[in-house]
Design a protein around this ligand. Structure first.
Ligand SMILES: O=C[C@H](O)[C@H](O)[C@H](O)COP(=O)(O)O
Length: 237
């Protein structure tokens, strides 16, 4: 089986495994990205079969998809707590420290993650790493501050690059109208310290380090087997 197909099978297996965390009456956080999309599709099927849940979406794409599938969409005006959110990740490191935002949706994803009782990550096993940072860290920035923030991130040892829109129309613009800087590095040795340093830069709206947020990671292999990792299974060094 070609790699892309194997990875797709793993993503589907992880998405399926997340369904067992969903119970009638719940408010469910709908993540973003290709793995979370598979979960939303499976959840939509359950809703069509009569499952009574509501969704809060972490991106415009997920909201559109959810509505299309008949998932009742709600918001924080009506529900201040999400029971379970299911989302993907770009990297999963010890302590279940994550990099997210490869799809550009990190800001709303982090808002959803901050408001949920259980944050479940679905991913194929290529996302498991020993240290974060091989995947460039996305940082969401107010447009006018991009040159200033770029300089400060460079001082921290990153090589920031403005993300481009796939259509070739210039910079990628987030759901909130901001710019993303994809920050390459030689590795993020201490995610807590790096998160605090980036957070203190004026003009940064949010960054893609999700620390102490994931309750568990459903990590699937190409053979369809799914491993569940908690912080106890994969502790920080
Ligand atoms: O902004 C996008 C999200 O953080 C995604 O959940 C993340 O990039 C993983 O996406 P995928 O499941 O497509 O690998």
């Amino acid at each position: 089986m070609p790699d892309a197909q194997a990875q797709q099978a793993a993503k589907l297996a992880a998405a399926k495994a997340a369904l067992r965390f969903i119970e009638p009456g719940m408010v469910v956080g709908l993540g973003s990205g290709s793995t979370a999309t598979l979960f939303i599709q499976l959840l939509g099927e359950k809703v069509q079969q009569g499952l009574d849940i509501k969704g809060i979406a972490s991106s415009e794409d997920s909201e559109v998809l959810g509505r299309k599938l008949g998932i009742p969409i709600t918001d924080f005006d009506h529900h201040s707590t999400i029971d379970v959110a299911v989302d993907g990740a770009d990297e999963v490191a010890p302590g279940l420290a994550l990099i997210k935002g490869g799809g550009g949706k990190l800001l709303r994803e982090k808002i959803v993650a901050s408001a949920c009782k259980r944050f479940i990550i679905v991913a194929d096993d290529s996302k498991l790493v020993k240290q974060l940072g091989a995947f460039p860290l996305p940082v969401e920035v107010i447009p006018m501050a991009v040159p200033l923030v770029t300089e400060k991130l460079s001082d921290l040892g990153f090589t920031p690059k403005i993300r481009q829109d796939k259509s070739g129309n210039g910079p990628y613009i987030t759901d909130e109208g901001n710019i993303l800087l994809d920050c390459s590095s030689s590795g993020i040795a201490d995610p807590e310290v790096t998160a605090a340093e980036i957070r203190s830069i004026i003009g940064v709206v949010e960054h893609g380090l999700f620390l102490n947020m994931a309750e568990r990671v459903l990590l699937a292999g190409a053979d369809g087997s799914v491993r569940e990792l908690t912080v106890e299974d994969y502790p920080a060094a």
